[in-house]
Design a protein around this ligand. Structure first.
Ligand code: FMN
Length: 321
């Protein structure tokens, strides 16, 4: 069946979507005229994301990627959420449909955790992001370096590191998703690989003690502070409510913004620590005088391309009947 080849191809490309700890917490079912995304709760991050907020944001990123890639094959898409929190994407052949220009950047997109060059993004680059149409109830704020808001977010990120690194359950979960050398990363095709964390490829017996030394608040804070100072802006996405629908809408909006960053040579890295710690999230909302709920924080800037993270093969993401 012709549609199946198209749909498999679309999903395979769209799987480059980002997810918390690169957990890839999704399963996909392909049927005539529809691609359904459902949460794979066996991959949820129960400590860092107990409400599955980030999980549904990740599903939203995948859904948007599917819609964007589908346009390259001239499928019009319509997205619905059902009561079980599954995302149904209906596809209709539409030969006149223009290709979404963001599709060119799906394979180039990456989180870039390196130290940035220190320069500022231009006014024109900022305008691309601030004028991008977003899904309902989602707002995007940019806070350039040296503003009061930038300094406040920096402070809260460092406070988030301190609290998370002191939490044994957080460390245990993080370690479960760390892929310590090339062989380890190639075995699982998920998680946070040594390469994207900027570590060398060493035998496991050497990496484990080194990793233990790095998972300390003082070291994380020193590194993150340098990285923040090398960045140009923080980008904050907010929702109006804490619902699955809005989390998916954040993910869909986020995915478009990340592809727009990629298209405009803006590097980005997630810094969601203060949102993952409830009391810091409330503090952020109050001190930034927001009437909406903080959902995603990224730093933006200028940097060299880094190694890419791996993805599970399509077959591993397909739902059996
Ligand atoms: C909802 C969400 C939250 C994330 N939070 C963080 C974070 O706090 N810190 C971080 O370093 N990366 C975070 N990430 C980035 C993921 O780790 C990253 O997307 C994943 O490893 C895949 O890598 P890639 O984006 O380079 O493809 C987050 C991603 C998503 C979708």
């Amino acid at each position: 069946m012709h549609y199946q080849y198209d749909y498999y191809d679309i999903v395979e490309q769209a799987l480059r979507a980002p997810s918390g700890h690169n957990s890839q917490p999704w399963l996909v079912k392909i049927t005539p005229n529809q691609i359904m995304i459902t949460a794979d709760y066996s991959r949820s991050l129960t400590v860092v994301d107990p409400l599955h907020r980030e999980l549904f944001i990740s599903l939203g990123c995948l859904a948007e990627n599917i819609c964007i890639v589908a346009s390259t094959k001239h499928y019009q898409t319509q997205v619905e959420l059902n009561d079980k929190g599954q995302i149904m994407i209906h596809l209709t052949r539409s030969p006149q449909l223009p290709v979404d220009p963001l599709a060119n950047y799906v394979i180039k997109q990456q989180s870039n955790r390196s130290l940035y060059h220190g320069g500022n993004i231009t006014r024109q680059q900022r305008t691309v992001l601030t004028t991008m149409p977003l899904y309902p109830n989602i707002d995007c704020h940019l806070y350039p370096r040296d503003t009061e808001q930038f300094n406040l977010i920096r402070e809260l990120i460092l406070a988030g590191n301190t609290l998370q690194m002191a939490d044994k359950r957080f460390i245990t979960e993080l370690k479960q998703w760390m892929r310590l050398n090339k062989k380890h990363a190639q075995t699982t095709n998920d998680g946070l690989s040594y390469a994207i964390l900027g570590a060398p490829n060493l035998p496991l017996f050497m990496v484990k003690p080194i990793m233990a030394c790095f998972l300390k608040a003082s070291i994380q804070n020193r590194q993150d502070d340098q990285k923040i100072k090398s960045s140009s802006d923080f980008m904050l996405l907010t929702t109006q409510q804490n619902t699955k629908k809005e989390w998916i809408n954040v993910g869909r909006s986020l995915q478009r913004l990340l592809l727009a960053c990629t298209a405009n040579q803006i590097s980005y890295a997630f810094m969601n620590q203060p949102i993952e710690v409830n009391k810091l999230c409330i503090e952020m909302q109050q001190r930034l005088h927001l009437t909406t709920l903080p959902s995603i924080v990224l730093r933006l800037g200028l940097a060299n391309v880094q190694p890419y993270s791996r993805r599970k093969p399509l077959q591993a993401c397909l739902m059996s009947d």
